[in-house]
Design a protein around this ligand. Structure first.
Ligand code: SER
Length: 315
């Protein structure tokens, strides 16, 4: 097996995925890369600004990379602050990865998409795979376009690009940056620190979410599946669980009965309202056997157990 390059290894998913790939394939098989040095990593690391295709190519050649995970992107909420800049960065980095891969013998590429590709035209419950996409954010527009480019590179050049439409990802290992679902990570930190939490969404805004363990396992299982199982070449719907801020707060209160939440919705409420409430991921289940393991309660127990351990060793 050739080497693996993770672009955006310092991000919320990248941090955990890089470590998991090292566990599976070996420390020296995985090259972590990011815009900035990452303190937490041992092992192979390269600085890569993914808007610079020459730099990606250099690293791909140097290590004879055969698999690329392209995790760098500007997320939904942050993206709205600079729409054209976000489009530019999200698309340019994708094109760079696709072209460098195509021209340098990379065999497989992972490209994350998102529930942000969906907009007002979809059924909000059990949103089907083959929905009409009218995303409300520039991030969502870039992911909807990106999915189609993924399919194009597969059909036109045979580049094996695989993709998941992640729901909001929740984990204790890393912090998200600039997404609309970030509240569902932050809330656990506040609970464990025993301070009250001000939520930027309304209490009844239900969104699809997934626990980090499940999100990482889905990624690895998708990438390891035999090529003939991958029948969706844009991006697979992926589901874990769905809940509202009020419901996650109730799950936390089972462990911290005094936990307090207040609601101060901001511009992110509008983004969340344009997204589905739950996702039909039957194609992922049928094609490569996807099954989530965590629900709101088991995730809450695991998050709190791990964050408590983290906070007690950092004090
Ligand atoms: N979690 C992401 C966001 O909120 C969705 O892909 O932007």
């Amino acid at each position: 097996m050739g080497r693996i390059l993770v672009i955006g290894a310092g991000g919320q998913l990248g941090t955990v995925l890089t470590n998991r790939l090292k566990e599976i394939y070996g420390e020296h098989q995985v090259i972590a890369s990011d815009l900035r040095p990452i303190k937490a990593f041992t092992g192979l690391f390269e600085l890569i600004d993914a808007t610079d295709s020459g730099r990606i190519e250099e690293v791909v050649k140097q290590y004879e990379v055969e698999e690329v995970y392209h995790l760098a992107a500007i997320l939904s909420a942050n993206g709205e602050k600079n729409p054209l800049g976000t489009w530019e960065i999200n698309m340019k980095t994708l094109f760079n990865v696709l072209e460098v891969s195509r021209l340098n013998g990379v065999k497989k590429v992972f490209y994350p998409s998102s529930i942000a590709v969906f907009g007002s035209e979809v059924e909000q419950q059990n949103t089907p795979q083959a929905s009409f996409l009218n995303p409300s954010t520039v991030y969502g527009i870039s992911k909807a376009a990106g999915e189609n480019w993924a399919q194009y590179y597969f059909q036109k050049y045979g580049l094996d690009v695989r993709s998941l439409r992640y729901p909001g990802v929740i984990g204790y290992q890393s912090l998200p940056g600039g997404g609309t679902t970030d509240y569902a990570v932050d809330i656990y930190h506040k609970a464990v620190e025993e301070v009250s939490f001000s939520c930027f969404l309304e209490k009844d805004t239900t969104l699809p979410m997934i626990y980090m363990d499940d999100a990482i396992r889905a990624t690895v299982e998708l990438m390891q599946a035999p090529i003939e199982s991958i029948k969706t070449r844009t991006s697979y719907n992926l589901a874990g669980m769905s809940f509202s801020p009020e419901e996650i707060a109730a799950a936390i209160k089972k462990i911290y009965p005094n936990f307090r939440i207040t609601y101060e919705p901001d511009f992110r409420q509008q983004i969340a309202a344009s997204w589905p409430q739950s996702i039909d991921d039957s194609r992922a289940r049928d094609d490569w056997g996807w099954r989530p393991e965590y629900d709101l309660n088991t995730m809450t127990e695991d998050m709190i157990k791990n964050l408590k351990a983290k906070y007690s060793t950092s004090n």
